[in-house]
Design a protein. Structure first.
Length: 507
């Protein structure tokens, strides 16, 4: 592919920027990938520890899971530069299992969830993403931004007053530095500056080390000690299935978001089975499993400008190095620095255009309602799957309601050789919502003896419509009138021939 040029400087296409070989040959792009991976690794540490606590497992379980997920998905995943690790959504799903049956059953469930995801990915479940409306996607993004911000609020409550000026300084750096230079990721500068200030000034503020003990050894191969029985399967099956669906939904939605940001496309089926492979590997190393992380992905893609699998791979590698070899140093990082970075991520993630008065005035009310429903469902439950499900259902209901009113029935009466004929021209898509009203659009008692129902402008989509049409023709025959249905397209004729007269009149 030819490279466009601007003067003497080559301008690469978005697809070329994702090339690993090309990035390895470019010191500037490679530096961006390395620094992006480092920033993500630093941000992953407190998140993984926090999610481990939510799941009820040792912090090492979450940290090792983040390492194996990131490294594996960087190789087998479909979306370059996207970060997968231990997540809150997965932690919420598996927490009851850990409490009732312990770590071995958790690991067995993680492996089974990975198998489910591989099967779903290979069977093409990712194609269902096209049925998620844009308004749900916007609501998903906005809800995630709100959840990211809300997750940082506890770090600002009941803390020493010095946390607030430190956080303010961190925010000034992450928002202000990119206006001066992009040579170094602003989040990394903020973390380094705030850490140096707190260390040399001996400031007593909450640090990463306060979140939990960091591991001092490498992860090892782990086989869960559970009986291979039907009873074990009955215990882990519902948790594994829930984890598989929640993880796939969050990962595929995040992948689509990164596609939009980078102006590229990614194979969603590969991403789906890749997430499954990553969870299987994670399970066999005793990890808690996970999926794509919107916050860390936005740090990598938006804040750091990374575009390739290199950054994702290095995020996992750096994470392991930081917590195992440099744990004492990492423990000194003030939480204020990471709070500032995550607040920046939440602001950058939120789709501010979607709530501008001009946009809201221009946008159909149904689209806005779907977006709001998605946000409310996600934020109130802290579950992305629930929020997206609510948004899709609201979108379906509003769409069906809107389309149902698009059907029109126009009546004309003509006289030929002294014989009157009433012709009804039906225009619109007929399905369960619109066909229910169709029955009431005819003047059965007052129409002449000959009635024609002209369907040239319509299409029959389901059995409800066939039943409604049967009911209409039966009603006319009950009044002793001759009725003909004309103008059906080929698909509608086939459906009526197959189902007509076999469903009952229904009225």
């Amino acid at each position: 592919m030819a490279v466009r040029t601007a003067g003497d400087t080559p301008v690469l296409t978005p697809e070329q920027l994702q090339s690993v070989p090309g990035t390895l040959k470019s010191p500037r792009r490679l530096k961006t990938e390395i620094l992006g991976g480092l920033v993500v690794a630093l941000a992953l540490i407190p998140e993984a520890i926090a999610f481990s606590i939510i799941a009820g497992v040792d912090p090492r379980i979450g940290l090792f899971a983040s390492f194996t997920m990131a490294v594996t998905i960087s190789i087998v995943g479909g979306r370059p530069a996207m970060i997968s690790a231990a997540t809150g959504a997965v932690a919420l799903v598996i927490a009851p299992l850990v409490k009732s049956h312990g770590l071995d059953y958790l690991v067995a469930a993680v492996i089974l969830a990975g198998i489910f995801q591989v099967i779903l990915g290979l069977s093409g479940v990712a194609k269902l993403m096209r049925f998620i409306p844009r308004s749900v996607m916007v609501g998903f993004v906005n809800a995630l931004a709100i959840l990211i911000f809300m997750s940082q609020v506890p770090e600002l409550l009941g803390v020493p007053w010095l946390v607030y000026p430190l956080t303010a300084l961190g925010l000034a750096i992450v928002f202000g530095l990119p206006k001066l230079t992009r040579a170094v990721p602003a989040p990394l500068v903020a973390i380094a500056v705030l850490t140096l200030i707190t260390v040399f000034a001996a400031v007593a503020v909450p640090t990463v080390g306060d979140k939990g003990d960091l591991p001092d050894s490498l992860p090892t191969f782990f086989i869960p000690n559970v009986p291979l029985t039907l009873e074990t399967l009955q215990v882990i099956f519902p948790y594994a299935l829930a984890m598989a669906f929640v993880g796939l939904l969050e990962s595929l939605m995040t992948a689509k978001l990164v596609d939009d940001i980078t102006d590229t496309r990614s194979p969603k089926s590969r991403e789906a089975w890749g997430q499954g492979a990553a969870n299987i590997v994670t399970g066999f190393f005793g990890g808690m499993g996970g999926c794509a992380m919107i916050g860390q992905t936005m740090i990598n893609v938006k804040a750091s400008g990374a575009r390739t699998r290199i950054s994702t791979f290095l995020a996992g590698v750096f994470l392991l190095i930081l917590v195992v070899a440099l744990g004492d140093v990492v423990a000194l990082i003030p939480m204020a620095a990471l709070v500032a970075v995550m607040i920046f991520v939440s602001v950058a993630t939120f789709d501010w255009h979607s709530i501008r008065p001009r946009t809201l005035k221009m946008m159909p009310k149904s689209e806005t309602a779907v977006m709001v429903a998605t946000v409310i469902g996600t934020v109130t439950t802290h579950n992305l799957a629930v929020g997206v499900g609510v948004g899709v259902i609201v979108a379906m209901v509003l769409f069906a309601r809107r389309v149902a009113h698009f059907v029109t029935v126009k009546r004309t009466v003509t006289t030929v050789d002294g014989h009157e004929t009433a012709t009804y021209a039906v225009d619109g898509e007929l399905f369960f919502a619109s066909s229910n009203d169709l029955y009431t659009q005819f003047d059965y008692a007052l129409d002449p003896e000959h009635v024609v129902i002209d369907m040239h402008g319509s299409h029959l989509w389901d059995a409800s419509t066939i039943a409604a049409l049967d009911a209409i023709t039966e009603k006319y025959r009950h009044h002793g009138k001759d009725v003909k249905v004309v103008g059906l397209n080929d698909a509608s004729v086939l459906m009526r021939d197959r189902l007509g007269g076999k469903l009952g009149a229904g009225h």
